[in-house]
Design a protein around this ligand. Structure first.
Ligand SMILES: C[S@@+](CC[C@H](N)C(=O)[O-])C[C@H]1O[C@@H](n2cnc3c(N)ncnc32)[C@H](O)[C@@H]1O
Length: 225
């Protein structure tokens, strides 16, 4: 009972529910969540759906995820495509630990290669079939206005410079040499970032396809050659 009131107090203090519960349903997987990793959002399920549309069930495909966080995206993709192999990187050791745990719980750990890396720094020089990322995309100014709960999540999982687009520039610019000729990029974007990210993709020779979330906001962008 004492524990219960302690948790109620924490919630009243705007401590995020995901951290209190310690787990989160995402797509068709159950994830362990701890302070220090971003709590996977329902909007990100659209990114998983768009990737799954492009990953055949009967072919060996290798993908790369930049910024795995809790492992939500990679674990959901692996769970739904039994021949898929994923490389997942994050700059945060905690994120890699939680992703490994979630991959084990969901029995996909044998098809996941995890590496600590600042973007592509430690990614092996090979060509992937796709690169997926829900990178930090909140601008410094927007961060000032996010809810108290969001400020309890890791800053480095959310903030991306002055305009919020610096990760897209880096991932597309450096990532294209890690992508097969017919490979694709798949990104979650902020509601107001479609034009800017489309422009970056097009300037690097990719065609951009945008998908909206359930509220009608631009949420996912795919780059195909
Ligand atoms: C918005 S979170 C996404 C987490 C998870 N993929 C999801 O969708 O719930 C961004 C992730 O990128 C990681 N990250 C931030 N900067 C990075 C960098 N320079 N290199 C690699 N990962 C980075 C953060 O640690 C965080 O886990």
């Amino acid at each position: 009972m004492r524990e219960f009131f302690f948790l109620i107090e924490k919630r009243a203090d705007r401590y995020p529910l995901g951290y209190i519960l310690g787990e989160k349903e995402f797509f068709n997987v159950r994830l362990k969540i701890e302070e220090g990793v971003l709590i996977a959002r329902p909007e990100t399920e659209i990114l998983v759906e768009e990737c799954l549309k492009r990953i055949p069930e009967d072919k060996k495909i290798t993908g790369l995820e930049i910024g795995v966080g809790s492992g939500a995206i990679s674990v959901a993709l692996l769970k739904n495509r039994p021949l898929l192999v994923m490389y997942g990187i994050d700059i945060s050791e905690k994120a890699l630990q939680i992703t490994a745990l979630n991959a084990k719980i969901n029995r996909v750990f044998d098809r996941l290669v995890l590496l600590r890396s600042n973007l592509f720094e430690n990614v092996p020089q090979k060509r992937f079939d796709f690169i997926v990322s829900n990178p930090p995309y909140v601008s410094e100014e927007e961060y000032e206005h996010v809810e108290e709960e969001v400020k309890r999540e890791p800053r480095e999982a959310l903030i991306a410079g002055k305009e919020g687009i610096e990760f897209y520039e880096k991932i597309i610019g450096d990532g294209k040499s890690f992508l097969k000729e017919d490979g694709f990029f798949a990104f979650e974007i902020g509601y107001n970032q479609r034009k800017k990210v489309k422009k970056i993709l097009e300037s690097e020779g990719f065609r951009a396809i945008t998908e909206k979330d359930l509220q009608g906001f631009d949420r996912v962008i795919i780059g195909e050659r």
